[in-house]
Each structure stands twice: as structure tokens, then as C-alpha cells.
Design a protein. Structure first.
Length: 490
């Protein structure tokens, strides 16, 4: 092996290994999950890549695997009363249910932006205001690890109120952006209803317009019927900028070219619903101003989707109760990102207040919910869930919000993988996983690879080997039953 190859492999491997180990151990990743691996433990989510964890990287958006997770953000609703049973009158001439792809009248361009609000949305609102343009925003409630859009500890509620008050059309793009044709009816309705609840909490009203994620909502899947039953106008597009593919200064011209080549110079006979995303920097900083200028240059009027369909503004929203059956909590607990920073300090009511009994298995923290009498079990676990097994009642159990198993003095065997001085627990007898990491969780490391030629390096005091095979190397590191495959070309 040449010195150049050895140095390349050592640097490459050390950087990848350190990054993955530090990031994933801090995130409380514990095991592999998914097809052939099984489900995550209580309180954990199964990520798209097949690893268990509790941070937004694992639980947020449509990437969280519902079938192998104890919970995903999809199934964690916003605060307040459910909107499933609100009146849904069908008004106006725009169809409910089937997908709509174009405007009713020529000479119009409706710019639409999906997936926000996000870190670029405020700048986009500034740009639209400067050009006196009204657009349509299809809002996603809990994606991109941004937390719930109605969380008062975030900037999202104020951004959405500004958007609404400026006259832009606010519409739904579901709660966590799941393909509505690939989920069952329960999940499909949760995606729609949870987003309604969040928007109701912010605006006091509910949109009647929705764009299904990935523009997918077939009759055969049941999606079209669901949207019709919930009285939604389902909006697609007839000009897709594909901006998500070209979010780079060197590439965004391709989105401009797509827009220019599709936008007819004959505005008297054509109209467009344009698909873009306010979560991409180049869309906000580059593409949008170009789209506005070119549309006006070719004689088009820039409007909202509702206007391009001839639907009066009073039909874009329906009324909903603004009061909540469940009082909003400050600094609400989010399973993926931990407690939000409290805005005020409040005193918890007495433990025996029956109105604080958990209605949804969650407990402790800023929820204020207790477990006794909930029907889910009397113990409140370290992860904020009610239950009755040792996973809930043993190590890390929160006795401020539920009952816990008796805890004698001294170090005990962990009941759920939590370990170390903080929990007074050891992993010595925990299902063969005998090492307690500095992060307070069990941890095992070993190397699996075929022996052909070996380069041995030192990483964080641990002696590791890389297998060299011909012109490429393939190394598999297995940690806590997870694996990484690195391919290095030289």
C-alpha cells in the first residue's frame, strides 16, 4: 500500500466515523429498525435509513417509518380540539375532491410555494410585497425538523399570520408530507386533520384548498374520496419548475429555462399554476423574481390559485372553533426535538387534579399530564409516556407524574438501557449489551470485514482496521447493531 493511499483512507475514515458516531450517539440512536430488523423501543422513531432515535432527524416528516416506530410526528397532533366533525359546506363552483391542474381563465399565472414555512419564507414575503404580487402557499405543519408550525416558541405562527394578513392564499400541504396514496385511511385523515388544527390555532380558520404531497391523490387509493369527504379543492400544477433539483447558483438556470420554455408567449389563450418551493434558497433569492418579471413581460396577471379558478376569497377558508378543549401548554414537549424553550414560567397544578390525567399516553414535562387513572398505565417513563412495564416504571421513571417501582439505594440493573450515574443504573446485565457510553446508553463496537489487505488506524483511542480490496475498499462498521458501508476510491 502506498503512503498516499494510507493517508487518504485514514483521513476519510476518521472523518466519517467521528461524524456519524458523535451525531448519532448524542441523538440517542439505539438500534437498527425496519424490514427484517423489527420495531424501535418505546419512545423511539425509526428513520428512513433504518435507525432508531428520538430527535427530529428520526421522527419528523414523512421519512419516519410508521410501521416500525413507537411514534412518528405524523401521529402527534397539535394542541386543541379535533376538527374532524366541523361543518364542511360545499360552496362555489370549484370541484371538491378531484385534482385540478389549471386555471379557469386565460392570462393568469398563479405562483404556488410548497413545504413552508421555512427559513427563507420571510424573505419571499418581502420580495412578493415589493413586487405587489399575491401568491398561494401550501403549508406543511411538521416537516424538515422545524417542529409544529403552531408552536409559540417558534417564528412560524407570526410568519403565517403575516402571510394571511398580506392577502396571500394559505392552503394545506398536509401535516408531515406523506404520500396520501401510500397510507391507510387513518393516517391519511391524520395528515389532513392535524394540519387543519395547527392552522386553526394560528389563523382561526381552516383552508378549503389542499395540495397532496408529490401531487399524488388517485381515486383508486381512496385519497380522492377522502379529500372530497373533507370538502377540499385538490390542486396540482401545469408548470413544475423542479426547483428542488436545482437549488444551487450554478444549476438554478435550469428551473428558469423550464419556466420560460413552458410559459407561452400567447397569454390570451393560456394560464398556469406554477409549482415551486419556499424551502429552497435559490427559489427565493433567484428564481421567483425571474418568474414574476417574465410573466408580466409576456402579458400575464399574477394571482392566487383561488382567483385563477374564479373562486371568491370568502370561499378559500371555512370557519372553525378557535377555543381549545385542551389548554395550550407553554414550552410544549416535542418527541423529536425535546422541550421547547418556555416563554413564561408557570406553576404546575396539584397532582390530584383529574383534568390533568393523560388523554393520549403522553406525560410529564410541559404537558403536565399524569398517568394514574389514564388507562395506559400508572408509570411515566423517562421518554414521557404512560405505561406499566419495567421500561416505564423502572430506570428513569418520573415520579412527579406517575408511580414508579421502588428504588433502593445504590446502583441497579437498567430496565431499559438508560445507565450511568445520572440514572444510578448499570448495563452489566442488560441483554448482553454490557457497556455504558458517556452519553448514558449502552454501546458496543466491533468490526466486520473480509480479510484481503488491512490498514490499521487509531480513532478516538480505539484500534480499527480497514480492508483494502483492489482499486476500492468496502468497510462495514457495526455499532449497536447498526452498520455503515464506506467506499473509498483511489
Amino acid at each position: 500500500m502506498t503512503p498516499k493511499l494510507g493517508l487518504l483512507l485514514a483521513v476519510y475514515f476518521q472523518s466519517l466515523l467521528a461524524f456519524r458516531f458523535n451525531r448519532e450517539l448524542v441523538a440517542n440512536e439505539k438500534a437498527m429498525c425496519g424490514p427484517g430488523e423489527g420495531s424501535c423501543e418505546i419512545g423511539s422513531c425509526c428513520s428512513e435509513m433504518g435507525f432508531c432515535g428520538t430527535t427530529a432527524e428520526y421522527c419528523s416528516g414523512s421519512q419516519c417509518q410508521l410501521d416500525y416506530s413507537h411514534t412518528c410526528d405524523t401521529l402527534v397532533p397539535p394542541d386543541g380540539s379535533d376538527t374532524s366533525e366541523i361543518p364542511r359546506p360545499r360552496v362555489g363552483k370549484v370541484p371538491y375532491g378531484p385534482m385540478i391542474t389549471s386555471c379557469n381563465n386565460p392570462g393568469m399565472v398563479a405562483l404556488t410555494f410548497d413545504d413552508g414555512p421555512y427559513i427563507y419564507t420571510t424573505e419571499l414575503l418581502d420580495l412578493l410585497a415589493a413586487h405587489e404580487v399575491k401568491a398561494t402557499f401550501f403549508i406543511t405543519g411538521d416537516n424538515r425538523a422545524k417542529g409544529h408550525i403552531d408552536d409559540p416558541a417558534t417564528e412560524w405562527p407570526s410568519i403565517l399570520r403575516r402571510m394571511y394578513n398580506a392577502g396571500h392564499q394559505v392552503a394545506s400541504h398536509t401535516w408531515t408530507h406523506r404520500d396520501l396514496t401510500q397510507v391507510n385511511e387513518t393516517v391519511r385523515r391524520a395528515e389532513i386533520i392535524h394540519n387543519e388544527m395547527a392552522l386553526r390555532n394560528i389563523l382561526g380558520r381552516i383552508p378549503t384548498y389542499i395540495r397532496p404531497p408529490f401531487l399524488e391523490c388517485s381515486a383508486g387509493s381512496g385519497c380522492e374520496e377522502t379529500l372530497g369527504d373533507l370538502a377540499y379543492h385538490s390542486i396540482s400544477a401545469n408548470l413544475d419548475t423542479k426547483d428542488y433539483m436545482y437549488d444551487d447558483p450554478a444549476l438554478i438556470q435550469r428551473s428558469k429555462d423550464r419556466y420560460s420554455s413552458t410559459l407561452s408567449t400567447n397569454s390570451k389563450e393560456n394560464s398556469y399554476i406554477v409549482l415551486a418551493h419556499d424551502v429552497h434558497e435559490q427559489t427565493v433569492h433567484n428564481l421567483t423574481e425571474y418568474m414574476i418579471s417574465l410573466a408580466r413581460e409576456r402579458g400575464y396577471k399574477l394571482v392566487t390559485v383561488g382567483e385563477c379558478l374564479g373562486d371568491p376569497e370568502e370561499n378559500w377558508y371555512r370557519s372553525a372553533e378557535t377555543s381549545s378543549n385542551v389548554a395550550r401548554t407553554v414550552g410544549k414537549r416535542n418527541l423529536c426535538s425535546g422541550p421547547a424553550k418556555p416563554q413564561v414560567t408557570s406553576v404546575s397544578p396539584p397532582r390530584n387534579t383529574t383534568t390533568r390525567i393523560s388523554p393520549n399516553q403522553r406525560c410529564g414535562g410541559s404537558t403536565g399530564y399524569i398517568c394514574p387513572g389514564s388507562g395506559f398505565g400508572d408509570c411515566c417513563s423517562h421518554w414521557g409516556y404512560c405505561g406499566s412495564t419495567p421500561e416505564f416504571c423502572g430506570t428513569g421513571c418520573d415520579n412527579d407524574f406517575g408511580d414508579c417501582d421502588p428504588s433502593p439505594q445504590g446502583v441497579l440493573d437498567t430496565t431499559n438501557g438508560l445507565c450511568g450515574a445520572r440514572y444510578s443504573a448499570t448495563c452489566l446485565h442488560f441483554a448482553g449489551k454490557t457497556c455504558c457510553s458517556k452519553y448514558g446508553y449502552w454501546y458496543v463496537l466491533f468490526l466486520v470485514a473480509k480479510f484481503i489487505g488491512v490498514l490499521t488506524i487509531q480513532v478516538a483511542g480505539v484500534r480499527l482496521s480497514i480492508v483494502v480490496r483492489g482499486a476500492r475498499t468496502s468497510t462495514v462498521i457495526v455499532t449497536e447493531r447498526r452498520y455503515f458501508v464506506f467506499k473509498v476510491q483511489y
